[in-house]
Design a binder for this molecule. Structure first.
Ligand SMILES: Nc1ncnc2c1ncn2[C@@H]1O[C@H](COP(=O)(O)OP(=O)(O)OP(=O)(O)O)[C@@H](O)[C@H]1O
Length: 260
């Protein structure tokens, strides 16, 4: 049996080693190394300016890194692109771009289709199904500029789902969404985990980390710690990550941790 072109079954969804990224020669991500376990929901947390978005973008080759390697299922991102889904930060998207919700979701299928083939009925159906999943089927033909912030976020999640990726990166999917959208996103994350997908989420609300996530990466330019939430999301490591910017408050009898 020729298995030379196959990846070992044990290759981790994501393996980053020695990642350093600088803007104008100033390092904002420094020597970061970690491996993500398969089938987990992982929170990437740290104070404003800690380098969270930059780290995601460097992994995806959207900003250049000074040093470091990225392995995705044991291969390069370029080769594994179709297995990766990315939900960018909402502010980084040009919402005036003249396109409707359904077309945005169909863009998620291009990796499967190649650029030459035009999406057909099957692709459209799949895109409609994912819009339906995020409660946006009625808005399929609405221009994205005419959607609310939470609706735009749902459309981008639908696009990532339509990609049928195995490893997802989401940059603050909960930012500025209402309680219903937050619930919808959490349900989706649960479904992805159920299906064995791995999801790395930049997250700000420390009070929900324990409830939503399995695993956590604590970043402040350097990686302070990473591991299961139970052993890594500790007051000591959070203080180390956030420094004086962290306040601990009591909420419903339980100690909750609040970021900036
Ligand atoms: N294009 C850029 N050019 C120069 N500096 C940048 C650029 N993008 C980000 N930075 C700087 O790099 C640092 C890390 O920014 P980044 O957006 O990665 O942090 P973050 O942890 O995602 O922050 P936040 O939680 O506020 O979104 C910050 O000091 C920021 O000002």
């Amino acid at each position: 049996m020729n298995t030379s072109s196959r990846q070992p079954a044990s290759a981790a969804p994501l393996n980053v080693t020695g990642m350093t990224v600088a803007y104008q020669k100033k390092a904002v991500v420094e020597n970061v190394s970690f491996t993500l376990p398969e089938g987990k929901l992982v929170a990437l947390i740290g104070p404003n300016g800690a380098g969270k978005s930059t780290l995601l973008k460097a992994i995806l080759g959207l900003v250049p890194s000074i040093s470091g390697t990225v392995g995705i299922y044991g291969d390069t991102y370029k080769k594994m692109r179709s297995r990766v889904g990315y939900v960018p930060q909402r502010e980084s998207v040009d919402w005036d771009f003249p396109t409707d919700a359904l077309d945005v979701v169909m863009m998620g299928r291009y990796g499967h289709l190649g650029w030459i083939k035009r999406p057909g009925r099957k692709e459209k159906e799949l895109a409609m199904n994912t819009l339906d999943k995020v409660g946006m089927a009625d808005f399929a033909r609405r221009q994205i500029s005419q959607l609310s912030g939470g609706q735009q976020q749902r459309v981008f999640l639908a696009r990532a789902l339509a990609q049928e990726a195995d490893l997802y990166f989401m940059d603050e999917p909960f930012a500025g969404v209402d309680a219903a959208t937050e619930k919808a996103i959490i349900a989706l994350l649960g479904e992805l985990r159920q299906a064995g997908k791995t999801v790395l989420v930049v997250h700000h609300d420390l009070s929900t980390v324990e409830e939503y996530f399995d695993h956590v990466l604590l970043l402040n330019k350097k990686l302070i710690a990473e591991g299961p939430v139970q052993t890594t999301f500790t007051p000591e490591l959070l203080h180390e990550t956030y420094g004086g910017k962290l306040a601990i408050v009591s909420s419903s009898g339980r100690e909750a941790l609040v970021g900036e």
